[in-house]
Ligand binder design. Structure first.
Ligand SMILES: O=P(O)(O)OC[C@H]1O[C@@H](O)[C@H](O)[C@@H](O)[C@@H]1O
Length: 473
């Protein structure tokens, strides 16, 4: 696939573009991709004169003076322009396409319902021969709003664009810890032979945040923690961590192997009230009350503007799932994300089984704590917790941590996402069936909520989340 020449962002007046896409693009260009820069087009319903200035400002906030002066960066800023268009109107889209040079990428930074309408309009342009063959589509999460709408969108897309030109992006796959996991598993001998139900006791994938609602009620009220974080991000990360080894790191094998994991995934024992092996309840949901997080007073979620308390939107969700395959059957996987959490954990923790024999002579009585591998999502940290010492050691048993920090990647998570888009590499994107599986699993969580057996629990902002969630890290 040839490198993109133009990137059009639909919904470019929105928060995602300013806060994440433009800084990400800046880091990507500074890393030399694409070498000649990109023609960037912002598009939205309203006229805008200042798009190039917005790009300049976002790039300047992210890059050094030297990086800003790079020819690819300058070219991208200087050629940035705005095209006013209704992305759901085929005639507006046709007029936009007439004004840009291909190969072309269309980035939908739009709500899912609008993305669907826009793809319908593009499909009509395709049918009338007015959509260039090599157009690439980039779709943000959420991909659809439930299983049916994700299926509809997939079949619509399949009718006019091949899978290798569709990027269902998930920026968590661009976070440093997740990027590093590939080499950690597959470039070493010591982990992969243990990567199975015989040697791993449980896996925890936790992304708790200090941030609360931050004025996003319009989006979050209809979403909640499970839909926002588990349906997409945490399940995709889980699939990557637990997939079978691919024979190649490409857009055929990785999306296939991750979809295979998701197909085998179900709620722990299919019972929301059941407990996993470690005593963790299968489903927990919570909502924060007023408190102090990181020295900042935070109002109760229900007192935020635009919140309807009766809607019972959860700001914390924790589920235990099982990947029911030969490799993973019986291993609880805890997926958890909460807002307004004090001292939040953001990591993938792999807890190994204990050795088969407990020595009476070990100075501390009872079984030794398990070995744990921890990989931070954002902080480039890798820790391996092990036991050392013993009966002949005057220090007794010692818990040791082999700890290292990888260098910063230079690209933000969105920088990596955009790099893959611009280079045409779909290995770290979500395949159509992978997106549908996320919604199938979410429906099991929603059914657990609806069963009345999983009460919405209050937790104080700044606390560690609902007490009954029972994860202490
Ligand atoms: O920390 P990051 O990379 O911004 O990712 C977390 C965010 O991911 C987004 O996709 C969610 O919608 C947010 O609610 C969440 O805060």
């Amino acid at each position: 696939m040839s490198e993109l020449r133009t990137l059009v962002i639909f919904g470019a007046a929105g928060d995602l573009t300013r806060r994440l896409l433009l800084p990400g693009l800046a880091t990507c260009l500074a890393a030399g991709v694409p070498e000649r820069g990109i023609m960037l087009v912002g598009s939205g319903l309203d006229e805008r004169e200042d798009f190039a200035a917005v790009v300049q400002e976002a790039f300047a906030a992210e890059l050094s003076e030297d990086q800003l002066a790079l020819p690819a960066v300058r070219h991208t800023i200087d050629s940035a322009r705005w095209i006013t268009a209704d992305a759901t109107d085929p005639e507006h889209l046709a007029a936009l396409l007439d004004q840009v040079e291909g190969p072309l990428g269309l980035y939908f930074a739009l709500p899912p319902s609008v993305t669907m309408l826009s793809c319908e309009a593009l499909s009509r342009l395709h049918d009338s021969g007015r959509l260039p063959q090599d157009t690439v589509l980039v779709l943000e999460k959420p991909f659809g709003t439930d299983l049916d709408s994700a299926r509809d969108l997939n079949s619509l897309l399949a009718g006019f664009v091949p899978e290798e030109r569709i990027f269902r992006v998930d920026h968590f796959l661009g976070l440093p810890g997740v990027l590093g996991f590939v080499g950690l598993r597959f470039a070493n001998r010591i982990l992969e032979p243990l990567w199975n139900r015989e040697d791993i006791e449980r896996i925890e994938i936790v992304f708790d945040e200090v941030l609360g609602l931050e004025g996003r009620a319009g989006f979050y009220e209809a979403t909640g923690a499970a839909r926002d974080m588990i349906q997409s991000h945490l399940l995709q990360v889980m699939a990557l961590v637990m997939m079978d080894p691919p024979t190649r790191f490409d857009g055929v094998e990785i999306p296939a192997n991750t979809a295979h994991v998701l197909r085998a995934t179900r709620l722990w024992s299919g019972d929301a009230t059941g407990e996993s092996g470690g005593g963790t309840p299968a489903v927990v949901r919570g909502r924060y009350t007023a408190g102090t997080v990181d020295g900042r007073a935070m109002p109760s979620y229900v007192d935020e503007d635009g919140v309807d308390p009766a809607r019972e939107t959860e700001t914390f969700a924790q589920v235990v799932v099982e990947v029911d395959s030969w490799r993973w059957n019986g291993v609880p996987v805890v997926l958890r994300s909460g807002k307004a959490i004090g001292s939040p954990r953001q990591e993938i923790a792999v807890v190994f089984r204990r050795p088969p024999h407990d020595y009476e002579q070990f100075p501390s009585s009872g079984p030794q704590p398990p070995d744990v591998l921890r990989v931070g999502f954002e902080d480039e940290r890798i820790d391996l917790e092990l036991n050392a010492g013993g009966p002949f050691d005057s220090r007794g048993m010692t818990r040791t941590v082999l700890s290292t920090e990888l260098p910063e990647p230079g690209l933000t998570a969105y920088g990596s996402v955009l790099r893959w888009v611009l280079e045409g590499k779909t290995a770290f994107t979500v395949r159509g069936d992978g997106a549908e599986e996320g919604w199938r699993i979410l429906a099991q969580i929603a059914a657990a909520y609806a069963s009345g057996q999983v009460p919405l629990q209050d937790y104080e902002a700044g606390s560690a989340g609902p007490a009954s969630a029972g994860l202490d890290g």
